[in-house]
Design a protein around this ligand. Structure first.
Ligand SMILES: [Zn+2]
Length: 265
C-alpha cells in the first residue's frame, strides 16, 4: 500500500520573514529527492499561495504524488481568504486542505473572524490542519476544549489536530472518540523524542487508546533533515493494521484523495 505523508513543508520562514530555501523550485526538488530515498509515495505539501504554480507543474508531471495544503496567514485574513478562494478555483484537484498557524500568533481557533474560513472549507470539503503544542501560551490556545467547541459548531468541518495534540496528547483519545469530524496527525517520533533519542511514547499511548482510523502520519518535514528519514523509517516499522491506517487509509479518506492515487506504491 502506498505510503502517504500528510504534512511536509515546501518553504518555511513566513512568520519570521525569512524564506528558506529562497526558491520554491529548489525546495520542491529536494523534497522529491527525499521522498524517493525515504520511500514516500505521496506528500501533502504545505504551500504558500505564491508557490502553488510551481507545485502544480510538478504534480502534473507525477500524478498522485503531490497535493497542496494551503498555508493560511491569519494575520491578513481578508487577503488569505481571497487567495484561498482563487487558488481553490484555479487548482481544484491539487488543493486538498488548509494549514493554519493560529497558536504561533496566539490566536484562538474560535475567534469569530475565522468563521468565513471554516464556512468555505465546509462548503468545499477542505480539511483544516491546526497546529498543537509549543510554549504555555501556545498550548492554551490549542486546548482540546476549543476543538470540541469548534467540532460542535461546524460538525461537517474535518478538523485535523497536528503533532499528536502537543502537550494535550493525553486528552486526544476522548476528543477523537466524541467527535466524528476530529482527526489526529502524529509524527511517529515526536519532536522531543527524535531530538533526545528517546524511545517513542506518545504514539504507543495513542494507539492503545484511539482508533487508528482517526489518526494519520505527517512528517512535518521542514527541509532536508535527518529527522524526516527517521520518522518515515519508524512509521514503516509500525505493525499492521495500524500502519495502513496511519500511512494511507485515514489521510486518503479525510482529504478525499482521488481513487488510484499513488497506485504504483
Ligand atoms: Zn508543520
Amino acid at each position: 500500500m502506498p505510503f502517504v505523508d500528510a504534512h511536509a513543508h515546501l518553504r518555511t520562514g513566513k512568520l519570521s520573514g525569512t524564506a528558506v530555501p529562497a526558491s520554491a523550485a529548489f525546495a520542491l526538488r529536494l523534497l522529491q529527492e527525499d521522498m524517493e530515498i525515504a520511500g514516500v509515495d505521496c506528500s501533502l505539501v504545505v504551500t504558500w499561495p505564491e508557490d502553488m504554480p510551481v507545485l502544480a507543474d510538478a504534480a502534473a508531471r507525477s500524478p498522485g504524488r503531490l497535493y497542496s495544503l494551503l498555508w493560511f496567514d491569519s494575520r491578513q485574513l481578508r487577503a488569505s481568504i481571497h487567495d484561498l478562494v482563487l487558488l481553490h478555483a484555479r487548482f481544484p484537484s491539487l488543493l486538498v486542505g488548509v494549514k493554519t498557524v493560529f497558536p504561533y500568533l496566539y490566536q484562538s481557533p474560535l475567534q469569530q473572524e475565522f468563521f468565513p474560513l471554516y464556512e468555505f472549507c465546509v462548503q468545499h470539503h477542505l480539511p483544516i490542519q491546526f497546529h498543537c503544542g509549543g510554549n504555555p501560551r501556545m498550548e492554551a490556545v490549542c486546548h482540546p476544549s476549543l476543538f470540541a467547541t469548534l467540532a460542535r459548531t461546524f460538525p461537517t468541518l474535518p478538523i485535523v489536530c497536528l503533532h499528536g495534540g502537543g502537550g494535550w496528547y493525553r486528552e486526544m483519545p476522548a476528543l477523537l472518540s466524541t467527535y466524528p469530524n476530529v482527526f489526529l496527525e502524529v509524527e511517529g517520533l515526536q519532536l522531543h523524542e527524535v531530538q533526545l533519542h528517546l524511545p517513542p511514547q506518545v504514539l504507543p499511548y495513542l494507539l492503545q487508546r484511539c482508533e487508528s482510523t482517526k489518526m494519520m502520519f505527517g512528517s512535518d518535514r521542514l527541509g532536508r533533515e535527518e529527522k524526516y528519514f527517521r520518522r518515515v523509517q519508524f512509521m514503516q516499522s509500525v505493525p499492521q493494521p495500524h500502519r495502513e491506517d496511519l500511512c494511507h487509509r485515514t489521510v486518503a479518506r479525510v482529504y478525499r484523495l482521488p481513487e488510484g492515487t499513488v497506485n504504483h506504491g
